[in-house]
Design a binder for this molecule. Structure first.
Ligand code: MD3
Ligand code: FE
Length: 215
């Protein structure tokens, strides 16, 4: 079996983004047929909503979750909650197609033991953005995060461990997966305002799935 370093060097669909982070262009495309119907089912059970930050701002990104818990924010703060605050019911289970995709991407990046328990689902409509932030609400930062981009392309901003670190930009397109582990796990990142467009499957939106081991 060819080692990870050799595959990174020879395969143009893989890009090293930072220490521990690898971009897998088009990795999710072969899972699309199973993932998109499962996504529709999750959204029916737990519709997208615009959450409010502790500072009182309504987020331009709409969110929902599936799995053992979900990431939520309200005036009292950020947390993982086992129940959907809108319905007081447990979040929908992680679909097997979601799990298969996340586990396969993590394995491809060298994280063979990754077993996510949460998927945060972000929906961007034209003009929506996610300001520079760190993901620090999970229990153990040793686990990577797997992200999957669907629909309209977006500009991803990637900095470093400090807010003032220089920022690089990457285009993330339909089907791209990124695995964020090692040092990169706590790096600042964000999404610039989504440009308008019309994706052939998802229309005027971008959807991002982030798979996490949160509990
Ligand atoms: C780097 N989502 O949900 S995905 C988020 O496209 C989030 O919706 C963005 O940032 C989105 O928290 C970016 C790429 C991503 C996700 C999590 C990371 C990059 C990351 C965690 C640590 C470092
Ligand atoms: Fe994030």
């Amino acid at each position: 079996m060819t080692d990870l370093f050799t595959r990174l060097v020879v395969d143009p669909s893989r890009e090293a983004v930072a220490e521990g982070a690898i971009l897998l262009r088009g990795f999710a495309l072969s899972f699309e047929d199973r993932v998109l119907p499962a996504l529709r089912s999750v959204i029916e059970q737990a519709p997208f909503r615009h959450m409010v930050t502790p500072g009182g701002y309504t987020m331009s990104v709409a969110m929902t979750n599936c799995g053992a818990a979900g990431w939520v924010t309200d005036r009292s703060g950020y947390r993982y909650d086992r129940h959907d605050p809108e319905t007081a019911r447990p979040w929908p289970a992680l679909p097997s197609s979601f799990l298969d995709l996340a586990i396969a991407a993590a394995k491809e990046a060298g994280y063979a033991d990754f077993r996510p328990d949460v998927c945060l689902i972000n929906r961007y409509e034209p003009g929506a953005k996610l300001s520079l932030h760190q993901d620090k609400d999970e229990r153990d930062y040793a686990h990577p995060i797997v992200s999957v981009s669907l629909g309209l392309p977006a500009t991803f901003q990637f900095g470093g461990p400090n807010r003032i670190d220089p920022i690089r930009k990457y285009a993330l397109r339909h089907g791209d997966a990124v695995v964020w582990g090692g040092q990169s796990r706590l790096f600042y990142h964000g999404i610039t305002e989504l440009k308008d467009g019309d994706h052939e499957i998802l229309g005027r939106m971008r959807i991002n799935l982030t798979f996490r081991r949160a509990l």
